[in-house]
Design a protein around this ligand. Structure first.
Ligand code: AHN
Ligand code: ZN
Length: 322
C-alpha cells in the first residue's frame, strides 16, 4: 500500500516541481579526509533536547503534554534565535477532529537575503497503528525518533548558531500536526506544513532550499536518497550526502536512492521551495522505515547521540560551508 501511494504521490510531485526556483549545479567535493569543522555540534546537548520532549509524554495535539512541550519549544527558540514566531492554526483532520495547532519558527539573521529553511515536525502520532501487538495500536506514539529527534537536532543547531552566527539566514520551522494522517489519504498528512505553505510567516517567503529531518536519531539509522527529494532537489541531496561523507558519516548516509515518503517536504516543494527529506528508511521492512515507526517502541532508548551528531554536524558543516 505504501508503495502504491508513493507512486501516485511521485506523479503529483513531479508535476509541481516546475514551480520551484531553478536549482544551481551541484558542487561536489573531492576531499577524502575529514576537514576540521568550523563549529562543534554537541551530541549530548542534542540528546538532552530529545529526552526533554519525551519527558512531557506523547505530544499528541489537544493534550496537555503537547501544549507544555510547545511552550518549551518556543522558550528554547527564544534563547537561541533572533526572532520567534508562534503561528496558530485551526486544522481539520481526516477523521473530522478540529485541532488547535501551532507551528513555531525560529529566525536567525532576519535581514539576510539568502536563506535556508530547516524543518521537523514536533507532534506525535495519536495511535501506534503499526505496533506488532494489536492491543497497543490505540495507544499514542512517544515519538522519540518520530518527532523529537529532528527537533532535538535543530535546537542544538540553533544553540550552535547563537555562539557563532552564520553568514546565511536560517529559518527553523517546527511544524505541528504532521502525524495525524491516514494511510490512504496523502492530503491528510503534514497539516501544519500545508498551513505554513499557504500562510508563510513572512509574506512572499523564499529560501534557496529546505531540509526536513524526520527520524534522525536511531542508533542504526540509514539515510538513502529519498525519491521526492531526488525529483525536485537532486543537487541539494548530492551536496548534503557529499558533505556527510567528507565529514565521516557515510555509515549512515547511503548514496543510493530508495523509496519515496509522503512527508512535510512534499508540501514545501509544492509551495515552491526545493526541499529534501533526511529520513530513516529500511529496505525490506514492512513499513519501509525505522523498525519502531508508529509503534509504542519508539522510545528514548532507541536514540543514539552518535546518530544525532552525524546529522547535526553534517548540517552545521553545510551552513558554515567547509
Ligand atoms: C506516510 O506514512 C504516508 N508517510 C511518512 C510520513 C511520516 C509519518 N513521517 C513520520 N511519520
Ligand atoms: Zn510518524
Amino acid at each position: 500500500m505504501h508503495h502504491i501511494l508513493s507512486m501516485i504521490a511521485a506523479v503529483m510531485v513531479t508535476a509541481s516541481c516546475g514551480s520551484s526556483t531553478a536549482s544551481s549545479s551541484s558542487a561536489e567535493s573531492s576531499e577524502t579526509t575529514a576537514p576540521a569543522a568550523v563549529v562543534d555540534f554537541n551530541a549530548d546537548s542534542a540528546f538532552a533536547f530529545v529526552k526533554r520532549q519525551c519527558d512531557f509524554g506523547p505530544r499528541v495535539p489537544e493534550t496537555p503534554a503537547h501544549e507544555q512541550c510547545g511552550r518549551w519549544i518556543e522558550a528554547q527558540l527564544g534563547r537561541f534565535c533572533d526572532k520567534v514566531v508562534a503561528q496558530k492554526a485551526k486544522l481539520t483532520t481526516f477523521d473530522g477532529k478540529n485541532l488547535n495547532a501551532t507551528n513555531y519558527i525560529g529566525i536567525i539573521n532576519p535581514n539576510a537575503k539568502e536563506r535556508i529553511l530547516l524543518l521537523a515536525h514536533w507532534d506525535c502520532r495519536p495511535w501506534a497503528d503499526a505496533d506488532p501487538d494489536d492491543s497497543k495500536r490505540k495507544e499514542p506514539v512517544m515519538g522519540a525518533n518520530d518527532g523529537a529527534s529532528g527537533v532535538g537536532v535543530l535546537l542544538e543547531l540553533a544553540r550552535v548558531m547563537k555562539d557563532k552566527k552564520p553568514d546565511v539566514g536560517v529559518d527553523i520551522l517546527f511544524v505541528d500536526a504532521e502525524d495525524w494522517g491516514a494511510d490512504d489519504e496523502e492530503e491528510s498528512w503534514a497539516l501544519g506544513t500545508q498551513y505554513w505553505a499557504e500562510n508563510p510567516h513572512v509574506k512572499g517567503y523564499k529560501a534557496k532550499y529546505g531540509i526536513l529531518l524526520d527520524m534522525v536519531g536511531a542508533s542504526d539509522a540509514q539515510f538513502y536518497h529519498e525519491g521526492f527529494s531526488m525529483q525536485c532537489a537532486p543537487d541539494v541531496v548530492e551536496k548534503v550526502w557529499s558533505i556527510a561523507g567528507d565529514s565521516g558519516y557515510s555509515n549512515h548516509f547511503k548514496t543510493m536512492e530508495y523509496g519515496a515518503a509522503t512527508d512535510d517536504h512534499v508540501f514545501i516543494i509544492r509551495g515552491g521551495i526545493p526541499c529534501i527529506d533526511i529520513i530513516d528508511m529500511r529496505p525490506g521492512t514492512s513499513g519501509g522505515f525505522y523498525p519502531y515507526w508508529h509503534t509504542t517502541g519508539d522510545t528514548i532508548d532507541k536514540i543514539s547521540p552518535e546518530t544525532l551528531k552525524a546529522v547535526g554536524q553534517t548540517i552545521a558543516n553545510l551552513i558554515y560551508e567547509l
